[in-house]
Write a protein that binds this ligand. Structure first.
Ligand code: AMP
Length: 396
């Protein structure tokens, strides 16, 4: 796996695919600079080696049209500020103007290209467009994990024009190593905690992960499909009746593979999907009509805690309850605390994929786990066992 540490960028121009798809307010102020900060180590390494940098990214979904509101020019001054280096902007991503701006870069300088998705060929993975992009640098670096699952021109196709001179940026390399640690090289016992709303959106992950883990903790809305499938009474809880057979099949497969599955035994049931609903603690398989399970109960959290604290490798994807409502956030907070404790005791913990990242940030766990993945869709596809085209293109 080639990374930026395998290159000396002195007198080289690095073409770096970053993920600067950052949120902005109505006055085009960047409201969250995390993604820019995340790309900083790679950019600084090139500059410190004595090279120059051409940055390329998408912003929003312009669908191949020029949408002035989505111009990367809006974020240029913020990128300068975060990097501590003057960043120049060019109002195109390929062609004469872009090539001229790139070739006139001196060592130590940074150029930001216009939104790649203003060109329809970007998302189509157009070869000619990728070749035009390739003219802008001597070395191609992919540091955008968030788009690594897309076979776009700038994330995948462009790599073929740099057969020897391509590598992973520091951020992407960290993501890959974190996922490999869980999926391939993790110290046992390995535990996956899967929550979230539906079995249907997690099924491929569950199936793939059964080969890698010793323990599987199931929480969140998924719980009730499993419980009902086993003959329990789930009241008005979220449940996918058409996935019940699949749930039983998963349990059968887990048994055959020696994976211990832990499903909640008790829940906080509510008489409405609302933070002000009446609540009571009930056994997971005895939820009456008019009531729905919205969080894991105390007995369940004790069992989960015991499993998490003895784990050496932990993956967490998906909240354990409806954490957006304060009264049903306890299960998710408790799991976060357990993972933080296990991590402190030496376990490797990876949190990733959508809502669990939001939960981790909301409750302040991001510095207490080993790694929080930045790429939602890319992370989920990695957990599903898919080869990500952006990663495969660098490894090729
Ligand atoms: P996902 O995007 O699949 O990870 O699902 C995340 C969503 O699942 C969050 O918005 C949670 O509020 C929701 N969720 C978790 N537990 C439950 C539950 N028991 N009933 C309904 N929704 C839930």
């Amino acid at each position: 796996m080639k990374t930026i540490n395998d290159f000396n960028f002195e007198n080289k121009r690095a073409l770096i695919r970053v993920d600067f798809n950052v949120p902005m307010d109505e006055n085009f102020n960047v409201t969250d600079t995390n993604r820019i900060e995340a790309a900083k180590p790679t950019i600084i390494k090139v500059l410190e080696d004595g090279g120059s940098v051409v940055l390329m990214s998408h912003l929003g979904r312009p669908n191949g049209q020029v949408v002035p509101e989505l111009s990367l020019e809006h974020i240029c001054s913020k990128v300068s500020e975060v990097l501590g280096v003057q960043v120049n902007f060019v109002a195109s991503s390929v062609g004469e103007e872009a090539e001229k701006a790139a070739s006139s870069l001196e060592n130590g300088q940074v150029l930001l290209l216009e939104n790649l998705r203003f060109n329809a060929e970007e998302e189509k993975g157009g070869e000619a467009f990728a070749e035009q992009l390739s003219k802008l640098g001597d070395v191609y670096i992919n540091d955008a994990f968030g788009t690594a699952h897309r076979a776009h021109a700038s994330t995948t196709v462009v790599a073929k024009f740099f057969p020897e001179n391509k590598c992973f940026g520091a951020l992407l390399a960290k993501e890959i190593i974190a996922i490999e640690k869980v999926m391939q090289t993790g110290e046992k016992p390995v535990t996956a905690i899967l929550g979230g709303a539906k079995v249907s959106s997690k099924i491929t992950i569950i199936e793939n992960i059964l080969d890698k883990v010793d323990h599987l903790i199931i929480g969140g809305g998924m719980t009730y499909t499993f419980v009902k499938a086993k003959g329990g009474q789930v009241g008005d809880s979220i449940c996918e009746d058409d996935k019940m057979e699949l749930a039983l099949e998963i349990l059968k497969q887990a048994k055959a593979k020696g994976v211990e599955v832990h499903i909640p035994v008790d829940v906080i049931a509510a008489d409405d999907f609302s933070n002000t609903a009446n609540t009571k603690i009930v056994d997971v398989d005895k939820i009456e009509a008019g009531w729905q399970g919205l969080d894991a109960g105390p007995k369940t959290l004790e069992i989960f805690k015991e499993v998490i604290l003895k784990s050496k490798t932990i993956l967490w994807n998906g909240p354990i309850g409806v954490f957006e409502m304060e009264n049903f956030a306890n299960g998710t907070i408790s799991i976060g605390n357990n993972i933080a404790e296990a991590t402190k005791n030496g376990a490797f913990s990876l949190v990733g994929g959508g809502d669990s990242v939001a939960a981790v940030k909301q409750f302040g766990f991001q510095d207490k786990v080993s790694y929080v993945s930045t790429g939602g869709g890319a992370m989920l596809e990695s957990l599903e066992g898919k080869s990500l085209p952006g990663i495969a293109a660098i490894k090729a």
